[in-house]
Design a binder for this molecule. Structure first.
Ligand SMILES: NC(=O)C1=CN([C@@H]2O[C@H](COP(=O)(O)OP(=O)(O)OC[C@H]3O[C@@H](n4cnc5c(N)ncnc54)[C@H](OP(=O)(O)O)[C@@H]3O)[C@@H](O)[C@H]2O)C=CC1
Ligand SMILES: Nc1nc2c(c(=O)[nH]1)N=C([C@H](O)[C@@H](O)CO)CN2
Length: 236
């Protein structure tokens, strides 16, 4: 399947879920732009396969606006924006306010400003999509990461607002994953505990996120929806 000439932007896609989706889109013939914060091995692979990689740190408003200017100097159209960049931070005594602000900036302010500033670029593509990657944990809240969870809940709400604001030209949807891919260093006890928290009890890997992304990009009649990709976690 050949992709659109207008590129798809994936933020924070130098590793793990974002990298997998970016590589799968390139495989399908789709032009891809990736933002990254740190230089990672996956970036070389993306560049070899034709992706444009742009540095970005969304921890501050200035960093977000600087990225938007850089992006606009490279393209005047976008097929889609996938807001994947995320910091999975746990606040500790003394840094609560700083972590909360950082979570809001990365998970809410960056998607908000990028969507507003890039609306004209999306309107030059038909169809056009925005996809917010949030987190199934929003359903129940998080005792361990309240700041992270609240910011992801805000992102889910931005899905509703932008879907109403940009219809019918631009579809806006979300994907709310639960455990998709463990992190290096997750010990066996942690892994067993997390696997037991869903009805299907598996670590599915990033392909299930690409399948969800593909569905949203290809379906002309879905907007304002957040897909739970959570192995039936809500049933346990
Ligand atoms: N993995 C999972 O099982 C789950 C993932 N999700 C969500 O899915 C998405 C992808 O998950 P995953 O691949 O694990 O994500 P990662 O934890 O690998 O983060 C993705 C990228 O976001 C970048 N990033 C972090 N902070 C910033 C910042 N301030 N500015 C710009 N980029 C930043 C990181 O850059 P750097 O390389 O510099 O660290 C990283 O490469 C995320 O939104 C996550 O919240 C939700 C539930 C489960
Ligand atoms: N930015 C990230 N957000 C999240 C991650 C991650 O690795 N990076 N992981 C999860 C999973 O729920 C976790 O259990 C996997 O070990 C949630 N969000």
């Amino acid at each position: 399947m050949s992709g659109s000439a207008a590129p798809i932007l994936l933020t924070g896609a130098s590793q793990r879920l974002g990298l997998h989706c970016a590589l799968r889109l390139l495989e399908s013939g789709q032009a891809v732009i990736v933002s990254y914060r740190s230089e990672r091995p996956g970036l070389e692979l993306l560049r070899e396969r034709g992706a444009l990689t742009l540095p970005a740190d969304f921890a501050s408003e200035a960093g977000i606006l600087a990225f938007i200017e850089t992006l606009k100097s490279h393209t005047d159209s976008l097929r889609a924006i996938v807001h994947n960049a995320s910091d999975w931070l746990t606040e500790t005594p003394g840094n609560e306010a700083a972590v909360f602000q950082q979570m809001v900036n990365v998970h809410m302010l960056a998607p908000y400003l990028i969507n507003l500033h890039c609306e004209p670029l999306l309107r030059r593509s038909t169809p056009a999509d925005i996809i917010h990657i949030s987190d199934d944990v929003v359903r129940a809240g998080s005792a361990k990461r309240p700041a992270y969870c609240a910011s992801k809940a805000g992102l889910d709400n931005l899905t509703l607002s932008f879907a109403a604001r940009f219809a019918p030209a631009i579809k806006v949807n979300g994907i709310a994953p639960a455990l998709i891919q463990f992190n290096e260093g997750d010990d066996p006890a942690y892994r067993a505990k997390r696997l037991a928290e869903s009805a299907l009890g598996i670590e599915p890997g990033a392909e299930v996120i690409y399948q969800s992304l593909r569905y949203l990009l290809d379906n002309p009649y879905v907007t304002g929806t957040t897909l739970a990709v959570n192995g039936g976690r809500h049933l346990v």
